[in-house]
Write a protein that binds this ligand. Structure first.
Ligand code: MOS
Length: 763
């Protein structure tokens, strides 16, 4: 079937399959192109908003226009009088939930608004839901509700928010940590340098807005919820949602074959998801809800604004004597997520006295959430500027200063690194960029057009997260295979890479592997987040493939009719669909022959992807990199243009160089965006985000983005997981923000105190 590869339809049991495209599309080998690429460019890929069950109702969420107070009245009668409006759901008539939305049973089980009462906790919060026969009718009904508020003055921004001391930051990290003694380290220093840095609230702004299509069906005498929605953790989310709905986890089928960007915003349950499922149950009809772009500014998370202080003590020889990273992070009034920005400085440079602290600042905003490189993106931005300020204070080149403080072991824990090729990243990145010969003094380089030139660098680092994932691989009698995992492709290439890992474990070519994925009915590959998806789901698939090989081996070795009979002592190799004697690879047998003789039509293997506990205990595990940037600044206008970026990264084994390059480039572009563009502006009076669309919320366009060169250096890591892969999804942002800020510092002499850096900030 030549066109099979572009047909993506749900299988009978709600999984999805994408076969490998034919090789004429240039998709063979380790650098295989995306399996979902053709489906996407031909429009065959269906996103949730493309799913339209017959007779579906349309749900429209009504969003609060104040940030603090209560809803005193809504004109429900006017909305219900609209001929196309079917129902108006408010706190008065919302069907009961089995779990209160403010009850917390799981770290990822965020408190949210599902019409539990009439309080307003932030602008953009759901205060009602209107169901209509058409999107237009529901939208008009929502307008007719005309809510009347009792508003209180909202607490917006660093000065108005209320400080609170958290125990944990992010999902799992401790809020404070100190080794050695900072005061003593600073007393020992020849120079103490201190910077403060503000980073703004940023919103994930995935291309695809959040969307939910919910339909209840009767299967085997019980009600099951079919839920189409883009989600980064399908099995986890199905289970958590089942808790609210009072049904068994396996009775929520969450389908998420394609995600138009997640970046963390599609990790959590949010009000519209719960309400859409409830509405569909109450109405006995499918309900479809698609958030508007503006409705993504509040209920589905954002990167928290932070205020950071870094204090560095340095000896005259350029060695750090102390490094203290103190963070204040804005958060909501009702949930505890605190941006773990201090983490960025705790595992990177060899300061003998090292500390971090975090304060949460509660205000009347939606809860912030993990956003690509949570913690490290904001933390590294401040840290890398602080490093350049300190390097200047002792008259050292920024790269030389970082090398003098190179950590041979994790400075925070004393653990050895499972692998760390950061020195090679520095060397190769610097060589490719041409860093040698950079003058120390600021304002000392100009281009031919008279623009001030600056060169800056930053170190990239991100932790190698690994969860526990499961997978299944089924080898068929014809030598092809089906690999099954509830994996998530939010654009990063999981459809392709996960098939590669299954093929590798199984010892067949990736083109022979059909991947079934994107649905909670499949084995739980865990969440796509924290740069840990390939490590987790990929390892599980590889192990499942190896399990099949183990079973084939047992069949062959014990069968006198097999040429491998009795080869047990020397072992076998699994290569291109054949088992070969390890001591004589000329002798072997094809999988299909082993199966045929055993009368097997298929053979199923299972696998678990999980970090070995002894390695997790023994080693610190991080991806690393070195980012170099050049900026050109108009001396009269202050216009900043990034003219070159080079990033060299060490991330263990590189499974698919093409995918990895995309991830690293994407991360570096995000770094540029952080440094110069992105900022959500909250109105202190209303608490609303004023620039809640892609016209007002700035991101870089092509003209802002220079030629970007990425490279990966060789790094073999036997401890991180069986595949030897680290993460690449987030490390590209870290280092990049600081590299650009430091290049601006070098061009102008101006030390930024906030991001984004704008024309008007420059001297
Ligand atoms: Mo990422 S912020 O872990 O989706």
């Amino acid at each position: 079937m030549p066109d099979d590869f572009r047909k993506i339809t749900p299988d009978a049991d709600h999984g999805f399959s994408i076969a490998a495209p034919p090789r004429r599309f240039g998709t063979g080998g380790q650098s295989a192109a995306r399996r979902d690429g053709l489906a996407k460019v031909t429009g065959a890929a269906r996103y949730t908003a493309d799913v339209s069950p017959a007779k579906a109702l349309h749900g429209v969420i009504v969003s609060a226009r104040i940030a603090r107070g209560r809803v005193a009245a809504m004109n429900v009668a006017a909305a219900m009088a609209h001929p196309g409006v079917v129902e108006v759901m408010t706190p008065q008539n919302r069907p009961p939930l089995a779990q209160h939305p403010d009850e917390k049973r799981h770290p990822f089980n965020f408190r949210h608004e599902a019409l539990q009462d009439d309080r307003v906790r932030y602008a953009g919060q759901a205060i009602a839901m209107v169901l209509g026969d058409s999107l237009e009718a529901a939208t008009e009904g929502a307008r007719l509700l005309a809510p009347v508020y009792e508003a209180e003055v909202p607490r917006i921004g660093f000065d108005a928010a209320e400080p609170w001391t958290p125990q944990m930051v992010g999902f799992f990290a401790p809020a404070t940590h100190e080794i050695g003694n900072i005061a003593k380290g600073l007393a020992d220093a020849d120079v103490v340098s201190e910077i403060t840095m503000d980073t703004p609230a940023q919103f994930h702004n995935a291309m695809e807005p959040h969307a939910i299509v919910a339909e209840w069906v009767q299967e085997d005498g019980r009600a099951r919820l079919l839920l189409d929605t883009p989600n980064q953790g399908p099995v986890m989310t199905a289970g958590l949602l089942a808790g609210y709905l009072g049904i068994a986890a396996e009775d929520v089928v969450l389908r998420t074959p394609f995600i138009g960007g997640g970046f963390g915003s599609k990790l959590m349950i949010y009000g519209a998801m719960v309400l859409t499922a409830l509405a569909a149950r109450a109405q006995g009809r499918a309900v479809k809800t698609v958030l508007t772009r503006a409705q993504m500014y509040g209920p589905v998370g954002h990167r928290a604004g932070t205020r950071q202080k870094l204090t560095l003590g340095v000896a005259r020889d350029g060695r750090l004597t102390a490094l203290s990273h103190d963070v204040q992070a804005l958060t909501s009034s009702f949930e505890d997520f605190v941006e773990p920005a201090g983490r960025a400085s705790q595992h990177l440079y060899a300061a003998p006295n090292l500390a971090m602290s975090h304060i949460g600042l509660r205000g009347d905003i939606g809860t912030p959430l993990a956003m690509r490189a949570p913690g490290e993106a904001s933390g590294s931005a401040a840290l890398e500027v602080a490093m350049d300020v300190a390097a200047d204070a002792v008259g050292l080149d920024p790269l030389e200063f970082r090398l003098r403080n190179y950590a041979e072991v994790d400075p925070s824990t004393g653990q050895a690194f499972s692998s760390k090729a950061l020195r090679e990243c520095y060397a190769q990145g610097a060589a490719a960029f041409g860093w040698a010969g950079r003058p120390l003094a600021a304002r000392s380089m100009r281009d031919r057009r008279g623009r001030l030139l600056g060169w800056g660098m930053g170190t990239a680092q991100y932790l190698c997260t690994m969860y526990r994932g499961e997978a299944r691989v089924i080898l068929r009698g014809d030598g092809s295979a089906v690999a099954e995992v509830a994996g998530v492709d939010m654009g990063q290439g999981a459809w392709t890479i996960l098939a590669q890992t299954a093929a590798e474990g199984l010892g067949i070519s990736p083109e022979k592997v059909l991947l079934r994925s994107g649905s909670s009915v499949l084995p739980d590959g865990s969440v796509a987040g924290g740069s840990g998806h390939t490590a987790t789901a990929g390892t599980a698939l590889s192990e499942a493939g190896k399990d099949v090989v183990k079973q084939l081996t047992a069949l062959a070795l014990n069968d006198p009719k097999s040429p491998l009979f009795g080869a047990g002592n020397s072992g076998v190799l699994a290569v291109e669909g054949r088992l070969l004697r390890a001591d004589n690879p000329a002798v072997g047998e094809a999988y299909v022959d082993i199966m045929a003789r055993a009368g097997l039509r298929d053979l199923t293997g299972t696998g678990v992807g999980e970090r070995a506990a002894e390695n997790a205990e023994k080693y610190a595990m991080f991806s690393h990199g070195a980012v170099f940037a050049e900026v050109a600044i108009d001396p009269d206008l202050g216009q900043i243009l990034v003219t070159r970026m080079v990033g060299a990264f060490a991330a263990g084994r590189i499974l698919n160089p093409r995918m990895v390059q995309s991830q690293l480039e994407g991360g570096m572009i995000w770094g540029l965006s952080f440094a110069l563009h992105e900022e959500a502006v909250f109105d202190p009076t209303s608490g609303k985000v004023l620039n809640d669309d892609l016209a007002g919320y700035h991101i870089p366009v092509h003209a802002d983005i220079p030629a970007i060169q990425t490279m990966t250096v060789e790094e073999i890591d036997p401890f991180v997981n069986a595949l030897g892969v680290k993460g690449v999804g987030e490390v590209g942002i870290t280092g990049s923000v600081g590299a650009i800020a430091n290049a601006i510092r070098h061009a102008t002499g101006y030390t930024p105190t906030k991001f984004p850096i704008r024309i008007e900030d420059l001297p």
